[in-house]
Write a protein that binds this ligand. Structure first.
Ligand code: FAD
Length: 404
């Protein structure tokens, strides 16, 4: 077990600086352009792959760091650079976490490298849970996976929506229902590589923020995959479902396990956006003069900045605690993962709005990055569990009551 410490190791400091430099030199200068283009920034993904930042080696090592802090530290810097581009560089990791959490060693070894591709030919991966009628209520998934015993194949049918990298990914990890009568306990995760026939991209969404990140519907029309593409294998699934039928407890459900582990990472992204907006507005407030003095000399502005700094630090502390607990294998008995995601998500929305106020009209126009940070921030109270769902998880965890 690693002690919780706020002091980063030398390695972590180096990684922080390395990612920060890439964010500062490459991502920030490109952020406005890709936000306007609303396209996946392939040239930047390639550049990140070439230096080893967009790679299984980097994310794998960060994920396995015993202190748990390397990943949130790196993500904060990346998203400080830009959230849309940041998500294009990290959307893959959600699928990777899904494979890692549910797959066998052989499946992990086979599929994780393919999620990233190579530096010359980088690839993306997508984690497909949400559906038009199943967002927060993951137990209501309609996508069906039916086993064809004669051929030892799974056949998947359904529609996924809001999928980051959906349709442009080389590997789609799809959560589908095998036995709908069991709700979420009858679900399993499947690998659907891009060459499988019947896999298609539906509409690509035009979004409020994180516009460089591709979000689309994914169609599954009689997609056939070998039996070995069921993550964890059929024996384990059969055993889990028969326990569920007997009313016994299980270790939880595939999609939720992935989200639990990824919450502090998502929180760290939100901290990065908030910090970007805070730093920018602090500098601006010192320079902008009205009524013969810098606007920061007014308490109404200075106190806003004090509150912004305080909330950002609090969000980071919750994030690091949850990331550290997760790395120690400690269960989130009080919903600590959700606390980090809830607080960091709401903090980045609040902080970016204050930043607009501090810049006045300049905060509201696209020549300045602040309005983009505000647009980008809002997704953090929605995806990977809305703020309301995080509050449900926390309130249930602290009370033992099945709060609705
Ligand atoms: C840009 C973007 C990227 C995304 N990427 C992915 C991805 O890669 N993979 C993926 O699977 N999904 C992805 N999602 C989907 C995302 O996780 C869902 O949008 C989210 O879970 C909410 O589901 P919903 O949109 O259907 O809203 P709903 O579940 O319909 O919720 C609507 C409102 O009702 C509230 N609500 C619902 N149930 C309750 C309740 N029991 N108690 C209190 N309030 C409740 C919600 O909090 C929310 O305010 C993405 C979404 C977006 C917008």
């Amino acid at each position: 077990m690693s002690e919780f410490s706020l002091n980063l190791t030398e390695d972590q400091e180096q990684i922080r600086k390395w990612v920060h430099d890439f964010a500062d030199d490459v991502i920030r200068p490109a952020a406005h352009e890709w936000d306007e283009r609303e396209e996946t920034p392939w040239p930047i993904i390639k550049q990140a792959a070439e230096i080893g930042l967009y790679s299984l080696d980097f994310f794998g090592a960060a994920f396995l760091d015993p202190t748990g802090l390397t990943l949130p530290v790196a993500l904060e810097e990346l998203f400080w650079g830009d959230a849309g581009i940041g998500l294009s560089l990290t959307g893959t990791t959600l699928a990777v976490a899904g494979i890692f959490a549910n797959g066998t060693d052989a499946q992990t070894a086979e599929w994780l490298p393919r999620c990233f591709g190579t530096p010359d030919d980088p690839k993306l991966a997508a984690f497909c849970v949400s559906e038009p009628d199943a967002g927060s209520d993951v137990s209501a998934l309609r996508t069906r996976a039916v086993y064809d015993e004669a051929k030892d194949e799974w056949v998947l049918n359904g529609t996924k929506t809001w999928i980051t990298n959906g349709g442009i990914a080389d590997v789609h990890v799809v959560v589908a229902s095998v036995d709908p009568t069991l709700g979420s306990r009858g679900q399993a995760s499947f690998i659907i590589p891009s060459e499988v026939s019947g896999l298609s991209q539906g509409q690509k969404f035009k979004k409020h923020g994180i516009r460089a990140s591709h979000t689309a519907e994914v169609g599954l029309d009689d997609c056939r995959v070998p039996g070995s593409f069921l993550l964890g294998g059929k024996d384990k699934l059969d055993e889990r479902m028969s326990r569920a039928r007997e009313g016994k407890k299980s270790g939880g459900q595939a999609a939720m396990r992935t989200f639990e582990a990824s919450r502090p990472a998502v929180a760290a992204q939100a901290v990065g956006i908030a910090r970007a907006a805070y730093e920018f507005s602090l500098e601006y407030a010192k320079e902008r003069r009205q009524f013969g003095r810098a606007i920061i000399e007014n308490q109404s502005i200075a106190f806003k900045l004090a509150d912004m700094a305080t909330r950002i630090d609090a969000a980071r502390l919750l994030t690091w605690r949850a990331a550290w607990m997760s790395a120690q294998g400690m269960p989130f008995t009080a919903g600590e993962g959700s606390m980090s995601k809830l607080f960091a998500g709401e903090t980045c929305v609040w902080v970016t709005e204050q930043a607009i106020q501090i810049l006045g009209g300049y905060g509201y126009v696209r020549e300045y990055p602040v309005e983009r940070w505000h647009r980008d921030s809002k997704i953090y109270t929605i995806f990977e569990g809305t703020s309301e769902i995080q509050r449900l998880i926390i309130s249930r965890a602290i009370s033992g009551v099945h709060v609705n």
